[in-house]
Design a protein around this ligand. Sequence first.
Ligand code: NAD
Length: 355
Amino acid sequence: MRVVLRPGASVTATPDEAERLGLRRLLVVSGPRGARTALAVADALGDACAGLHAEARMHVPAEVADRAVEVARAAGADGCVAVGGGSAIGLGKVIALRTGLPLVAVPSTYSGSEMTPVWGLTEHGAKRTGRDPSVLPRSVVYDPELTLSLPVALSVTSGINAVAHAAEALYAPDASPLVSLMAEEGVRAMTGALPRVAADPADLDARGRALYGAWLCGAALGATTMGLHHKLCHVLGGTFGLPHAETHTVVLPYVLAHNAPAAPEAMTALGRALDTDDAPHALQQLSGRLGAPRSLAELGLKEADLAVAARAAAGQAYPNPRPVTVAGVLDVLTAAYQGDRPQTKPRPTRTDPNR
Ligand code: NAD
């Protein structure tokens, strides 16, 4: 996969990337709010643009995917350029999955989706995800200028969403030394950039650092298997309609505090990246200081939903450093609901029912 990262690259580099891939009829996809940016990319592609389809929506609803595939086929497209956040890139991935067309990604948030072979599709209210090498973008064009319009609130939560990928990659069963280095550096770059972005959203250098962080964190996600944090956020988003990046931001410190006793090396790496000996607390402080929501109650979850969500998240099989139990997940959710300080408990003993 090629990566280009420089200011202005969305319009100056995307046509070159298309040419390198031998693509002459690209369908540009985006969400409705990203249409103006996508139009600039389409204009830059000139004759190599076969059309602009600005109908991406969060979590790729099946009917949105069907329509986009139809449009790509009708336009005789030989490739697809997805311009926008994880939602636009998600639509590009499903087009790639269904048609085999090569994908070029031009990300405008820090979600990191452009670095993974993971696709998602929502049918009958349930989101399915899968891995397929064909959906991994052939080329990624990071343009810090594109992210200048990303509001501070979304910049912060989308950035912490990226940090969540890296944090879970650090304790994944398929972690490896190189991926762990990337994950740690991704956390360092992102958490260093976010306060600068919040202080001055027009700081192009800070925006570039955040994209570099998103690149590393996304690559760590693509290379490993995610644990409790991602499953829990999937349940909270899918079943209770909570907003994606905000939910990741609120939940992450609590899952990390829960997993910490069973993942000491990951916590040491996170501590190095954040310059702290209490990574869960430092992350909660950082996002709170930058104005992010602090509790699941603030995001609109009801207290009665906690037990339902705990059962749903504990009822699936996936790797996690601490065995996942309903009681353990309920503890995490209750603390995140209240927005308490995340408490890292000592390593559980063999008789601990949460083990
Ligand atoms: P998003 O793409 O839904 O964008 C959020 C909002 O921000 C939208 O309204 C969008 O129009 C707006 N926006 C995007 N870029 C902007 C910019 N530069 N300026 C102003 N507004 C802008 O949100 P997201 O958090 O990037 O992505 C979330 C989706 O991505 C979810 O569906 C999630 O499951 C998926 N995702 C997938 C992976 C993966 O590996 N497959 C990884 C991360 C996220």
